[in-house]
Design a binder for this molecule. Structure first.
Ligand code: PHE
Ligand code: NA
Length: 453
């Protein structure tokens, strides 16, 4: 390759990373999970803590994670091992790589089910199945969609298949390109829905619900939920961002890229809240309606809009694609590990991963019908996957990542990788060493009731 080609290839690469990382971050977490969690934990105070977690914990962790990936040039397991041994530390720390790979896989196992909801709603909006006019009737539609394991299993299987096909082909370009028009499309759709919400009579209530905080109104359970969701929504400690970072060209600025991804993700989540809650309040529905919230509320808004059905189709199409760009990123870590370290071809790696994923996601899917009673401590298998990953694996993985980056590595490693000026580097170091870890630990300590005993 002529050397004159290099700068162009690198620029494309950097853009590609931005798109792929944004594609990974922006997903069901923003549009499905953030609104219903905000509803469950009572609104503004949850939102405030979540925003603080993004800024003070998520951003430093994301920077470290991308740096690990780029420095280690491999799957999470290999990258962690290489980077720590380069600094003369024990290869044992690659346990964090294992943890994050496992975490991405477990998330995907329930994520596929929710992505399946999204696809089935796309189909319903195409075939007129969402014409119910009250939230109550839409709740029935949601329940009926879940009740039949063959129906729900069909959709989650379809999502699994498509994800593995895309990853199996390794069509980075395909993903990159689709994300570049889907994300703007999704944002446009949300703007329209917010516009609708503004006239629905519930906007003021929704705004107040999302943005007014009162001290002490968040339980320690809610604190941990906000922290966990900050990790979830930024795709952290799940192998995804690290593996994408391993494809990042050397000259790209990790700091700037991270801020852009975090900002885009946050904006989409807040927009989703502003689109969904006005409909909820205008229809006198309980904001703590749980996982079905989006699927019961938005169709109401669409039906009252001119060209509503068309927008509804587009919206569920965008949502399905946003979910797909996230699910691909979750599985990429495992597939790249099988290829790099275990000598699999990409195709076989995807097939093997896909089979295991199918088994786990089918078990998660059954939590909504046949296996609704298979509970442990009141949680179904689906709930457990969500709970274990968001509340425990991700925060602990993030904690390990910043602590290793901040204390164990030779100083030069992170300084070179992050490419920040001296002041910003010092700021990052301060965050990685103290602010993020303390934030995580305080929230854990609070959850474990260490302060009250
Ligand atoms: N960030 C994605 C979302 O908000 C979910 C995700 C988690 C993706 C972990 C990759 C890894 O939908
Ligand atoms: Na997200």
């Amino acid at each position: 390759m002529a050397s004159s080609d290099q700068p162009r290839a690198q620029w494309l690469g950097r853009w590609g990373f931005m798109l792929a990382a944004t594609g990974s971050a922006v997903g069901l977490g923003n549009i499905w999970k953030f609104p219903y969690m905000t509803g469950e934990y009572g609104g503004g105070t949850f939102v405030l803590v979540y925003l603080l977690c993004i800024l003070l914990v998520g951003v430093p962790v994301m920077m470290a994670e991308i740096a690990f990936g780029r420095r280690g040039r491999g799957s999470p397991v290999d990258a962690f091992r290489r980077v720590v041994t380069e600094s003369g530390r024990s290869p044992m720390w690659s346990v964090l790589g294992w943890m994050s790979m496992l975490c991405g896989f477990l998330i995907l196992s329930f994520y596929v089910v929710v992505a399946g909801w999204s696809l089935s709603y796309l189909w319903k909006s195409l075939s007129g199945g969402l014409s119910a006019e009250s939230i109550g009737a839409l709740a029935d539609v949601f329940d009926a969609n879940n009740a039949d394991p063959l129906n729900l299993g069909f959709w989650s299987t379809l999502v699994t298949l498509v994800t593995m096909l895309v990853v199996g082909k390794g069509v980075q370009k395909g993903i990159e390109r689709s994300v570049s028009w889907m994300m703007p499309g999704l944002v446009l759709m949300l703007v329209l829905l917010i516009g609708f919400g503004a006239f629905s009579g519930g906007f003021g209530d929704a705004f107040a619900f999302l943005f007014s905080f009162s001290a002490g109104s968040l339980s320690s359970e809610g604190l941990l939920a906000a922290l966990g969701h900050a990790f979830f929504t930024l795709s952290l400690a799940a192998g995804a961002i690290l593996t994408y970072g391993s494809y990042l060209p050397r000259n790209a600025s990790i700091g700037r890229t991270t801020l852009a991804v975090a900002l885009a993700d946050t904006v989409v989540a807040l927009m989703a809240g502003l689109a969904i809650f006005p409909v909820i309040f205008a229809n006198g529905m309980d904001p703590a309606g749980g996982p079905g919230l989006v699927f019961m509320s938005l169709p109401i808004a669409f039906q009252a809009m001119p060209l509503g059905t068309l927008f509804e189709i587009l919206f569920f199409l965008m949502l399905s694609m946003a979910a797909l760009t996230s699910s691909i990123s979750m599985v990429e870590a495992t597939v790249s590990w099988l290829c790099d370290s275990k000598g699999f071809t990409r195709r076989w790696a995807s097939l093997a991963t896909g089979l295991v994923l199918w088994l786990l996601s089918t078990a998660a899917m059954l939590s909504f019908n046949l296996g609704a009673d298979w509970t442990l401590a009141g949680k179904t298998f689906f709930d457990w996957l969500d709970y274990l990953t968001s509340r425990w694996l991700m925060p602990l993985g993030g904690l390990g990542t910043v602590l290793i980056a901040g204390f164990l590595l030779k100083k030069s490693v992170m300084r070179d990788e992050l490419g920040l000026g001296p002041r910003l580097y010092t700021l990052w170091l301060l965050m990685a060493r103290y602010v993020s870890p303390l934030g995580i630990l305080v929230i854990f300590a609070d959850q474990l009731a260490l302060f009250t005993v």
